[in-house]
Design a protein around this ligand. Structure first.
Ligand SMILES: O=C(O)CCC(=O)C(=O)O
Length: 294
């Protein structure tokens, strides 16, 4: 799905856009299947170690993770894109529907920025020892989690729920219309957050999403997420893409070309190579990995 001129204008002036129905069930199901398999294996290991009593094996994807997390939060260890490194996830980073939208905003030379996460936010009642702040992002701009050198890079954040994400479930909240503001000073205290004195007094938009919707945000758009008061897990991906050749803001982690009109051979389609790059980044750290906050 390409964005319409109106949608592009909305993104340009508001700094964010909810693209409704951008993804199909068929786009998301391979990830759900992969995660379900991963969680099942992790749960069985923890069960064998006596850390989990009830495997809840007949619960749906939307509920099982929280029920396991409530018993032992180790079920979530390693559950992020670069750590679990699933093949379906790697394929999804090239998803055609996703890249069509991004091409509308960024042009035909697209790089997958390495700042990307899978987030499983269990119901508040199943947070266990993790505590609510672990799963909730305070007000920040994504320019605040990148190196200063990337301030001029056109990095677009693509936040998408793997199921539904309502306000009750702790969906994204976005402060619209701040495209010209640039970077606002962030503080480390409280987990990389805009200096409270600088938070604009603009009414936030609650970006509720159905499955298949996604939220596109500029690097300067303040956003946050709140606790999950529902009884379902809020599953989401936050991915970032940018025009190829611009600074990624995280030189210690691997970026790669996902789409190139001028040089299709430069697109990285090799799953094993992607895994190798991440393992190498962890085992032989080089470059910079850190937030810009002070
Ligand atoms: O998914 C969330 O709860 C927070 C995501 C976020 O803040 C981000 O993608 O920058």
């Amino acid at each position: 799905m390409k964005l319409t001129d109106e949608q592009k204008e909305e993104f340009r002036t508001q700094g964010f856009l909810i693209a409704r129905g951008a993804l199909t069930d068929a786009d998301l199901q391979p990830i759900i299947d992969e995660l379900s398999t991963w969680i099942d294996a992790r749960a069985r290991d923890l069960h064998a170690e006596g850390k989990i009593e009830d495997l809840h094996e007949h619960e749906p994807f939307t509920k099982r993770y929280g029920l396991l997390f409530g018993q032992c939060n180790e079920v979530g260890s390693g559950l992020d894109i670069m750590h679990y490194r699933g093949r379906a996830m790697f394929e999804f980073l090239h998803n055609e529907n996703l890249l069509e939208l991004l091409e509308s905003l960024l042009g035909p030379e697209l790089t997958c920025n390495p700042i990307q996460h899978l987030r499983a936010k269990p119901p508040l009642s199943q947070e266990g020892n993790a505590g609510p702040s672990f799963h909730n992002a305070p007000w920040h701009q994504d320019a605040g989690v990148m190196m200063e050198e990337a301030e001029g890079s056109d990095v677009v954040t693509c936040w998408l729920p793997v199921g539904r994400a309502t306000q009750e479930m702790g969906c994204m909240e976005v402060i619209p219309g701040l495209v010209e503001t640039g970077y606002l000073r962030h503080l480390r205290e409280g987990g990389t957050t805009i200096d409270p004195e600088l938070i604009p007094s603009v009414e936030p938009v609650v970006a509720e999403c159905e499955k298949g919707d996604l939220v596109l945000m500029s690097r300067f758009t303040p956003h946050r997420s709140t606790p999950n008061y529902s009884d379902e897990c809020r599953w989401s991906l936050d991915l970032r893409y940018q025009p190829t050749g611009q600074h990624t803001g995280r030189t210690g982690h691997p970026d790669f070309v996902v789409r190139s009109q001028s040089n299709p051979a430069s697109e990285m389609r090799d799953y094993d190579e992607w895994c190798r790059l991440w393992v190498d980044a962890f085992n032989n750290p080089k470059g910079h990995v850190g937030h810009r906050s002070q």
